[in-house]
Design a protein around this ligand. Structure first.
Ligand SMILES: Cc1cc2nc3c(=O)[nH]c(=O)nc-3n(C[C@H](O)[C@H](O)[C@H](O)COP(=O)(O)OP(=O)(O)OC[C@H]3O[C@@H](n4cnc5c(N)ncnc54)[C@H](O)[C@@H]3O)c2cc1C
Length: 320
């Protein structure tokens, strides 16, 4: 299948600069840095779904020198440990199975589940574009199950399931595909600061040889960019000090995110003038056990059980 992403190199760079840090970069946040240790066309921070999809789009747009920085030893972040279920309206698989769906139905489901807090244009954009990811999955060799399932909150079956039933089944093939095409991956490299001069992001400051358990690193250096820095660092549920500033009660809860889900990059973005919204909206899910540090057996047990019960309830005449 042909990938459906088509962006011009220039518009990609402009778009991601704007998308990553907003238009609020009026002042100089960091001192001018001219002597970077190295420089790349595009620097991506974070190696989960968002980081890999950005690298894929950048490659398709013709960029050659792409560097992905990851602070943990293992690549893939939460994306690797998650269940990998992707609810996409109007995917080729959904169409092949004759399942009726629409952008409107998806937006309606999102609003219902989001209690109306959704960002209207982003929700619509997601519903319109989500299925375009199928081109990338196909091209990178991601194996999916034949079925399309219906998850809670969705009014029709639309979730694609990786053959491995885990996000790793998506991350690993895409990571390998990108690597084989020259995208550079560097682990144990924690980004701590965006270097901004004349209102533009020129690079990042990093801790090399970073060890998340001790917080220590072997050296600090700067990496410059001729194009842009795209921040794809995911959530920060493991960062109690940041959670406390936004939802104090939630800081008491444990969380199933990987240990690197912390907020230093969000702090760097705020320092650079970015203005995120809804920082106090956290997803509290009842389906996984923090003791298992991820989607372990408790998650599968609860998900399977809930699906079975909901199917029974939908069967006319069933009494439970
Ligand atoms: C247990 C569990 C199950 C889930 N199941 C599903 C599911 O089935 N379907 C679904 O759609 N969603 C699921 N989710 C949510 C999903 O995992 C996330 O929404 C998604 O992975 C986010 O992708 P991302 O690329 O934004 O972030 P991530 O995949 O978390 O990637 C961010 C990366 O950035 C790195 N990073 C962070 N800070 C820095 C820094 N300063 N410098 C360098 N690197 C940094 C992190 O270490 C990480 O590797 C689940 C989540 C969990 C925790």
């Amino acid at each position: 299948m042909k990938p459906s992403i088509s962006i011009k190199r220039r518009s990609l760079l402009q778009g991601i600069v704007a998308g990553s840090i907003g238009s609020a970069l009026a002042g100089t946040v960091s001192a001018a840095e001219t002597n970077y240790s190295e420089s790349h066309d595009l620097v991506i921070v974070g190696s989960g779904f968002a980081g890999l999809a950005t690298a894929y789009a950048a490659l398709k747009a013709g960029l050659k020198d792409i560097l992905i920085l990851e602070k943990m030893e293992a690549f893939g972040g939460n994306s690797c440990l998650c269940g990998g279920l992707m609810s996409l309206p109007l995917s080729p698989k959904q169409k092949a199975l004759g399942i009726t769906d629409s952008v409107e139905l998806m937006v309606g489901d999102m609003y219902k589940a989001g209690r109306g807090f959704n960002h209207p244009s982003l929700a619509r954009k997601f519903a319109e574009d989500a299925a375009s990811v199928c081109g990338m999955l196909d091209e990178c060799g991601v194996e999916l199950k034949d079925k399309v399932i219906r998850l809670g909150g969705h009014s029709t079956p639309r979730a694609l399931v990786p053959a491995s039933a885990s996000g790793g089944g998506i991350i690993v093939p895409i990571h390998n595909w990108l690597k084989s095409r020259g995208v550079q991956f560097r682990n144990r490299t924690q980004v701590t600061e965006l270097i901004v001069t004349d209102g533009k992001v020129r690079g990042v400051r990093v801790n090399e040889g970073y060890d998340w358990q001790t917080g220590k690193s072997s050296r600090t250096k700067t990496i410059g960019t001729k194009g842009a820095v795209v921040v794809c660092t995911g959530g920060w549920g493991q960062d109690n000090s940041f959670v406390k500033t936004t939802m104090p009660a939630y800081a008491l809860l444990e969380c199933t995110s990987q240990p690197g889900a912390t907020a230093e990059m969000l702090r760097a973005l705020l320092k650079a003038g970015a203005l995120p919204t809804m920082l106090d909206m956290y997803q509290l899910g009842p389906w996984a056990s923090p003791d298992e540090k991820g989607a372990g057996p408790a998650s599968f047990f609860a998900t399977t059980l809930l699906l079975k019960v909901s199917r029974l309830i939908r069967k006319p005449g069933t009494v439970i």
